[in-house]
Every structure is written in structure tokens, then in C-alpha cells.
Ligand binder design. Structure first.
Ligand SMILES: [Zn+2]
Length: 391
């Protein structure tokens, strides 16, 4: 089994590269045009019928194939969007870029990109990229934009046989995980304040100039997404480290379609909808998925239905606490429990019976692991996690 990830760095500007990126962009757009006219979106058909159309571009033939492949990818994505009933525009590439999986070399600290006539452009790799490349990974392709260089690498990983399950419950103000021995709650209040602050700063913009406004808005949006990603990286890293240490598989809720619950016209307030629609539940999932696959840890999904209603100890239905809405009261066990911890324990139990012990009935999923009876609840502020340190 192979795991794939990409390593990114910046690089100094180079005129030859800029030219090549622009030619590549034009080639991709030309291929998209031809593909739309002839209704073709497979690379094999495209390359056999229309390769000669790219002969006027003065660039190595490696890049012509990748341009066709890029165009076919975009066209087939458009087709699948149409099938799903989404509104689509024909694809168009507006920013120059260059992708290739052929012909490039990595010699120690240099990445050499062929530009024809046995000439190469050399880019000096930074320490981070060199140290990642020295860990026995295989570079497969590179992608260059005017601001960054990414090298995609892969390595062979051995999938682990899970000995336990980590259930993850994602909420607006926290991410809670349950392992067989403990539950950990990462507070994510800071994410909300990052988004609110960024929104307020954008709303306070008063200049009547579209160009300045667009530039300002892009800067603020990029800053917001960088800060959010950085925050979530700390949490996802910690979760995957725990999974590696305890040889556990990771189970998440399948939240596909959750945005439909907060559409305009559903009778909810603007503020509430804005908060829930800016909730970045998918970004955490993406990070956990790629980091876990890099370590050979399986990630699975379960249906979130009733996970925050049923008692993880007896399986009965819990009642909402009158005084604290984040607490649940089980009248069988005479116990008050944290709602998010209950949800993560139920997800973990569901995952265990579904993927590790598949003979259990689906109704029994929540009557589960007796080790989970007395969880130790650690409350962790996600912003205070230090990368690489075990908490
Ligand atoms: Zn109970």
C-alpha cells in the first residue's frame, strides 16, 4: 500500500520558469477547449486524436502530456458535477502553473527541471524539503506556481492491525476523542474568534476602490485560512500520534451534507448560520486522513445518527440536562455525562463493532466497551499544543 503526500516550499523567481508556466496554462486551456468541442474527457482518446494540436507550443513533450492529463481531469470533474445536478461553468485556468511527473531530477539539494536542448533550470531546495526527502520517500511529481513549489512523494506503508479504536466527535467549540482509556477534549474556541475577527475587519473596509478591496479581502482570507490550518494541524498531529502509540484505528462521523441543515430559509438566524457554515470540519478530516495514511493507520466513517443521544454504558436514551445543555442525564445509570464525550465514545464503540468486531448487530453498537465506563477527561486548549510534545 502506498501513502502519498506533498512537500511545499517557496523559491526565487525565474523568468524562464514564468514563461513555461504561461505556455503550460495556455496548453491546458487549449486542451479544455478541444475536449469541450469534441466531448472527450479521457486521456487515452485525447492523446491519440489531438496530440498534434499542441505542436505549435514550444515546450518539451513531457509537458504536453501532463497538460492533456490536467485538462482531462478538469473535464471529467465537470461531467461528474453535471451528473450530480450541480451548476457548473466550463473549466478555465487563469493562473500560470506547471506540473510534471517526467524528466525532473533531484540531485542532493537541487531540483532540476528540463527546459529542452539538454538544459535544466535548477531550484535550491530548503532544509525542510531535503530532510523530508532523505527519509526514504520516492519523489513522483512536482507542481510549480508563481509563489510555491510542491513535490509529491510516496512511500510504501504497512497497514497496522488495529488493537483499539479512537472515536472523534467534531463540534463547533471542541473536538473530542475517546480512546479505550481516556477522553480528550481539544477546545477550538480560538477558531471561532479568528473567523469572527477576520469577518469584522473585512466588514469595516470603507475605500471605494474595487482593486484595493479585492487585494485586501484576499489577504485577509488567506491569513484566516493559514491561521485556521495551523491550529488544526496541531490537533490532527496529536490525534495521529496517539493512534500510533496505541495502535488504534481512527473513526470519524460521516458529515456529508451537513451544510444543507444551515441553508438560507431554514428559519435560523444569520449569525447562527454564519457560525455553522464557517465551521471547518472537513479540513480536520483531510489532515487526519493524510497523516494517518502516512503512518498506515486506517480511517473509517460511521453514521452519526443518535450518537449524542444514547448512553454509552447501558445503551438507553439520555435526557438533556435542564441546567446545562452540554450535559446528558442517563436515568438508568443515574449519571450525568458530557454530551461531546458521550458522542465520541459512541462513535468509537460503533467503529469497534463495525470494523474490528463485525459480528455485532448494528443496534448493539452503542452498548459497548466496558473499559470506557470511567473515562478520564482531559481538557486541552488546542492553541497550547506544542508540536512533537506528548500531552
Ligand atoms: Zn446509561
Amino acid at each position: 500500500m502506498y501513502a502519498v503526500k506533498s512537500i511545499r516550499q517557496t523559491y526565487p523567481q525565474n523568468q524562464d520558469l514564468d514563461q513555461m508556466m504561461e505556455i503550460f496554462r495556455q496548453m491546458v486551456n487549449q486542451c479544455i477547449r478541444i475536449g469541450l468541442e469534441n466531448n472527450i474527457s479521457t486521456l487515452q482518446k485525447f492523446s491519440s486524436m489531438f496530440y498534434h494540436e499542441l505542436s505549435r507550443y514550444k515546450i518539451q513533450s513531457y509537458y504536453k502530456f501532463t497538460a492533456m492529463s490536467q485538462a482531462c481531469g478538469r473535464l471529467s470533474q465537470m461531467k461528474s458535477d453535471i451528473r450530480k445536478g450541480r451548476r457548473v461553468k466550463p473549466p478555465f485556468v487563469s493562473r500560470p502553473f506547471l506540473v510534471s511527473c517526467h524528466g525532473f531530477k533531484i540531485n542532493g539539494i537541487l531540483l532540476s527541471i528540463p527546459i529542452g536542448n539538454k538544459r535544466y533550470i535548477n531550484i535550491v531546495l530548503n532544509d525542510h524539503v531535503i530532510s523530508e526527502l532523505s527519509k526514504g520517500v520516492e519523489p513522483r511529481s512536482f507542481a510549480i506556481t508563481p509563489t510555491s513549489l510542491s513535490i509529491s512523494v510516496r512511500k510504501q506503508v504497512q497497514g497496522i492491525t488495529p488493537e483499539s479504536v479512537i472515536g472523534i466527535d467534531r463540534n463547533l467549540r471542541n473536538v473530542t476523542i475517546s480512546t479505550p482509556t481516556e477522553s480528550v477534549m481539544y477546545k477550538t474556541n480560538k477558531l471561532l474568534s479568528i473567523k469572527e475577527n477576520s469577518m469584522r475587519v473585512r466588514a469595516a473596509f470603507r475605500r471605494n476602490d474595487v482593486r484595493v478591496k479585492n487585494k485586501f479581502f484576499t489577504q485577509r482570507r488567506n491569513r484566516q485560512s493559514r491561521r485556521t490550518q495551523q491550529f488544526l494541524h496541531k490537533i490532527s498531529k496529536d490525534i495521529v500520534q496517539r493512534a500510533v502509540m496505541t495502535k488504534s484505528m481512527i473513526v470519524l462521523e460521516d458529515l456529508t451534507g451537513i451544510r444543507k441543515l444551515y441553508k438560507k430559509g431554514n428559519g435560523q438566524g444569520n449569525k447562527y448560520r454564519r457560525r455553522l457554515n464557517s465551521w471547518s470540519f472537513y479540513e480536520l478530516q483531510r489532515q487526519i486522513q493524510y497523516k494517518a495514511s502516512w503512518e498506515g493507520i486506517p480511517v473509517e466513517f460511521v453514521d452519526p445518527k443518535r450518537t449524542s443521544q444514547l448512553c454509552p454504558i447501558c445503551g438507553g436514551k439520555c435526557q438533556e440536562d435542564r441546567f446545562n445543555r452540554r450535559k446528558l442525564w442517563c436515568s438508568n445509570c443515574k449519571k450525568s455525562m458530557d454530551r461531546d464525550v458521550v458522542a465520541s465514545m459512541n462513535i468509537s464503540c460503533k467503529g469497534w463493532s463495525r470494523f474490528c468486531h463485525p459480528r455485532g448487530l448494528s443496534d448493539e453498537a452503542v452498548k459497548g466497551n466496558p473499559d470506557n465506563l470511567q473515562p478520564v477527561i482531559l481538557r486541552v486548549d488546542g492553541s497550547k499544543l506544542v508540536c512533537g510534545r506528548d500531552i
